[in-house]
Design a protein around this ligand. Structure first.
Ligand code: 5GP
Length: 113
């Protein structure tokens, strides 16, 4: 199977601005930030979409959420940040390797557009 864009970044085949990594995931800065803080929490396992995750991935998905907490807090936004998963092209997903968007640093309207 061809590597996803994010696998290539994780493998340092294309550049990425890394802010955190561990054995299960990495966190990079979004190349086209939609807020002063816009990070992507990406599991090393290339699950394409949230809907493709199974019960086997339950602990991994929980880990990604806790890492989102950590990187938001480390950036000084621990009290007000948004975590988003776009599932499917119709919901705005463009990279088919599951990831959490962590955004903060400006007023975040609800519901998002
Ligand atoms: P999605 O639209 O799939 O929910 O989110 C994909 C995100 O990846 C977008 O916010 C987009 O700006 C970001 N992105 C796309 N290509 C690259 C890249 O090469 N490097 C980084 N750091 N982010 C990327």
């Amino acid at each position: 199977m061809a590597k996803t864009l994010f696998e290539k970044i994780i493998d340092r085949e294309i550049p990425g601005s890394f802010v955190y990594e561990d054995e299960q995931c990495v966190v990079i800065k979004d190349i086209n930030p939609g807020a002063p803080l816009h990070l992507l929490v990406i599991p090393r396992k290339p699950i394409p979409r949230l809907v493709d995750a199974t019960v086997e991935d339950q602990a991994l998905l929980g880990h990604l959420m806790l890492v989102a907490n950590k990187v938001a807090a480390d950036a000084g936004f621990g009290e007000a940040f948004r975590v988003t998963v776009n599932n499917g092209a119709g919901a705005g997903q463009s990279v088919f390797h599951i990831h959490l968007h962590v955004m903060a640093g400006r007023p975040l309207k609800w519901p998002p557009g």
